[in-house]
Write a protein that binds this ligand. Sequence first.
Ligand SMILES: [Zn+2]
Length: 82
Amino acid sequence: MSQTKCNFCGSDRFEIRRTEYLYTHKGNYLLVPNTPVEVCLNCGMVYYDVSVLKKIKERFFAIHNKTEKPDRYIEMPSKAFS
Ligand SMILES: [Zn+2]
């Protein structure tokens, strides 16, 4: 986490929260629960950590290249309805 100033409103008041992050790529989705984000307390702008996004992306491609099982990650919609 490195956000010190909001790019949108200039506020320096941030809170770390956990949220569900939906990664999309070419019509495929990966929903990642408990993704840490920084939220601007002034305007509500949400900032994602670059290293966190990188891990999600690596995970996504590992799953879709069949080198890794989704385990607690949820794939949708292909797996949910098959
Ligand atoms: Zn802000």
